[in-house]
Design a protein around this ligand. Structure first.
Ligand code: OAD
Length: 229
């Protein structure tokens, strides 16, 4: 079986009603990244950070996977498929994809601020005073700006032996995620689906790039149909 690695970003969940970060009216236009998504912001104002992620978590209960997430599931019948997502939602899981690596954490999980190995499922609001079993405050299980991306080496290993890569709905501006492309073997086909594609340095160097400038709901289906005959 050939192997497909799919890298997804906020754009694949846009048609489900989840806001992206850098589009017009995206989350980073209305919120200061360093205030709500950095260790410094957490140190300064925990309530603000918790409320930002509580809003995201509440919203996640109200949205559903769209045609883009669903089309990717069909790949699994034909390919060894790995989804590397920058998204913290669980829409790939709910669509039915099996092999998913969350690079930037998960909204429905929280972890201890005193022992990073203590990670818990968490679907409700997280508040000051919610503590782990060792008595430390819990925080969102999200990779904030300036923090390590623990899953990047696992993801890079998957990319190294991919036969095909599909990229969906990401502005390719956040590293190390955007740099994963450079682990592909030279000449590996890349399909990049995004209505407003950003051809990063790594993508410019690809000898085999096909760009579909369209939404995930239609673009992913086209690529999946092509690859599954
Ligand atoms: P961005 O908001 O940077 O980019 C979203 C991309 O989705 C853009 O390229 C849009 O053109 C595209 N897009 C919008 N609507 C779409 C649709 N219907 N179908 C397909 N694509 C669409 O989001 P990311 O690239 O995911 O990290 O951002 C990367 C990281 O930056 C995020 O994981 C987040 C953020 O800060 C953390 O919070 C740790």
């Amino acid at each position: 079986m050939k192997k497909i690695v799919v890298l997804t970003g906020a754009g694949i969940s846009a048609e489900s009603g989840v806001q992206t970060f850098r589009d017009a009216n995206g989350l980073w236009q209305n919120h200061n990244i360093m205030e709500v998504a950095s260790p410094q912001g957490w140190a300064r104002n925990k309530e603000l950070v918790l409320e930002f992620y509580n809003q995201r978590r509440r919203q996640l209960h109200e949205v559903h996977p769209n045609e883009g997430h669903k089309a990717l599931v069909d790949l699994e019948k034909y390919y060894d498929t790995v989804i590397i997502t920058q998204n913290v939602d669980d829409l790939h899981e709910r669509a039915g994809s099996k092999n998913i690596i969350h690079l930037h954490g998960e909204l429905f999980k929280v972890r201890s601020t005193g022992d990073e190995n203590l990670v818990y499922e968490w679907k409700k609001d997280l508040n000051i005073g919610d503590k782990c079993e060792k008595g430390y405050q819990l925080r969102p299980h999200i990779v904030w700006f300036g923090e390590q991306v623990p899953m990047i080496s696992v993801a890079a290993k998957e990319v190294m032996d991919a036969d095909i890569m599909i990229i969906v709905g990401t502005s390719m501006q956040v590293y190390p995620a955007a740099g994963l492309v450079s682990y592909l073997m030279q000449g590996t086909p890349i399909y990049y689906i995004d209505p407003n594609p950003h051809i990063s340095y790594e993508l410019q160097r690809s000898a085999n790039l096909e760009v579909l400038s369209e939404k995930a709901s239609t673009g992913v289906r086209k690529v999946v149909n092509k690859l599954t005959g």
